[in-house]
Design a protein around this ligand. Structure first.
Ligand code: PLP
Ligand code: LYS
Length: 447
């Protein structure tokens, strides 16, 4: 890949809209020419700026270290769960949070030790719980009474003691899309705090012989910009922590406030991640100090804020049409199969052409996918230059909940994924092929 001088950098610590542009007007990601990457690996292609992934994690560490508290960063692998990513986050001093047997398998296969892995989920199957107990993972976050007794039975049958936390629904309404708000009372996740279910779960755990309850967890939602919800959650959890640690004498040592830190998808978003963490730490110091309980180890579970800003998806631009007086459409060779977030949440994205990344927008172009679905859109009315043959569309901040939520709708294979760092690219997930799609199909027999 030829080294080019960087003439324009639009990147700040908080920006996901990293337009790092060469003198040849090509977008660069991780020091690699994005257009060259598409020639080598095809499209759609998801490219991660590896250094940026690492920098983001280090910035999280720095906040806690500045605050001088015991802490643990547990990467929420649902945001982007592949072996390379699990390896990277573990190398950078994170634990890994998994929510399924598949994520647990991936983390273990990547060499992450079991003790650094924690399992969530509102309906972990008996097989998944068996797997987690057998592998002796670091902790299981119990979500409901059904799971509490199931896990006790599994642990007893295997003669194991298992470290657990309980997931508490603290009744906090996070200011985010309703489909990704999870901490309210009317939620499928966790033990409700206000009706006393969370307290009852702790009572049951104080009698569960094979489960050692080491703390509390809450996760109030995702893509949150406002520290207020976290602050209220910490205040509410502190009362329950007092009950568990002091009255029930449970071996508490952890307060896990989940993830949910918002990122920049467009110029409208301004994520205050470090300020939010500092506010969480300050609140915890204050309320635990007031209750005269030693400050627990503070856990966070960032997913999107680690993976999201570092990812860029590159597509080949194909068909176009202008609907007079209504809208212009351009279509790309991917869509809701690799990025379902507009269809699900009305998510917004920023895009440029990677082959002329500093060209001035000429019109509003709505970016459509190639699926047989009108809602298969990536961006509505994006300001872009008029498309030309050979344009490569680069959509920013696609590192989280894109590849991990990809589907095979219309039998479209999943894209390849590349990590780019210091001008060198490494394929970390192979592109699926049409043959991969039929690999598990069984032809009709006996006809
Ligand atoms: C329990 C739990 N922890 C962490 C996360 C990660 O959230 P985010 O990707 O918004 O940081 C989620 C998803 O919202 C979650 O459900
Ligand atoms: N998948 C969602 C977030 C869900 C977070 C997991 N609890 C998104 O793309 O925004």
């Amino acid at each position: 890949m030829p080294e080019q001088e960087v003439v324009a950098v639009r990147e700040s610590d908080h920006s996901s809209l990293q337009a790092d542009i060469d003198t040849n007007h090509h977008l660069r990601v991780g020091g690699c020419d994005a257009v060259e990457l598409t020639k080598s690996y095809g499209t759609p292609l998801i490219v991660y700026d590896e250094e940026r992934l690492r920098r983001t994690i280090r910035a999280f560490h720095e906040v806690f270290q500045r605050e001088r508290v015991e802490y643990q960063i547990s990467y929420a692998s649902k945001a982007f769960c592949t072996m390379a990513m699990c390896q990277l986050v573990y190398e950078e001093g994170c634990g890994i949070d998994v929510v399924s047997g598949g994520e647990l398998y991936t983390a273990l296969a990547s060499g992450v030790p079991a003790h650094a892995i924690h399992m969530h989920g509102n309906n972990k199957t008996p097989d998944e719980l068996e797997y987690a107990v057998r592998e002796n993972i670091g902790a299981i976050i119990i979500d409901n009474f059904y799971e509490l007794s199931l896990l006790q039975d599994i642990a007893a049958a295997r003669g194991r003691n298992v470290d657990v936390l309980i997931r508490v629904a603290p009744g906090v309404e996070a200011h985010t899309h309703e489909f990704i708000a999870t901490g309210g009372q009317d939620s499928k996740f966790g033990f409700d705090l206000s009706s006393g279910q969370a307290g009852e779960a702790l009572r049951q755990l104080s009698r569960a012989e094979n489960l050692r309850c080491v703390g509390l967890h809450s996760h109030i939602g995702s893509q949150i910009f406002d520290a207020e919800g976290f602050v209220v959650a910490v205040e509410r959890l502190a009362d329950l922590y007092h009950f568990g640690a002091i009255e029930l004498k449970l071996p508490f040592r952890v307060l896990n406030v989940g993830g949910g830190f918002g990122i920049q998808y467009t110029d409208e978003d301004a994520p205050p991640v470090s300020e939010t963490i500092s506010a969480i730490v300050a609140t915890a110091k204050e309320v635990f100090g007031r209750k005269e309980i030693p400050l627990p180890t503070l856990w966070i579970e960032p997913g999107r804020s680690i993976a999201g800003p570092a990812g860029v998806t590159l597509y080949q631009v194909g068909s176009q049409k202008r609907v007079p007086g209504i809208r212009n459409y351009l279509a790309i060779d991917g869509g809701m199969t690799d990025n379902p977030r507009l269809a699900l949440y009305g998510a917004k994205y920023h895009a440029v052409y990677a082959n002329r990344a500093d060209a001035t927008p000429e019109d509003a172009w709505s970016v459509a996918g190639k699926c047989c679905e009108s809602g298969d859109m990536i961006i509505w009315d994006a300001p872009l230059p008029n498309p030309q043959a050979g344009d490569i569309l680069a959509v920013f901040a696609t590192g989280a909940y894109n590849y991990s939520m990809a589907s095979h709708y219309n039998r479209i294979p999943k894209p390849a994924v590349v990590f780019a760092r210091n001008g060198k690219a490494e394929l970390v997930v192979q592109r699926e092929t049409w043959a991969d799609l039929v690999r598990r199909d069984m032809p009709l027999r006996g006809k």
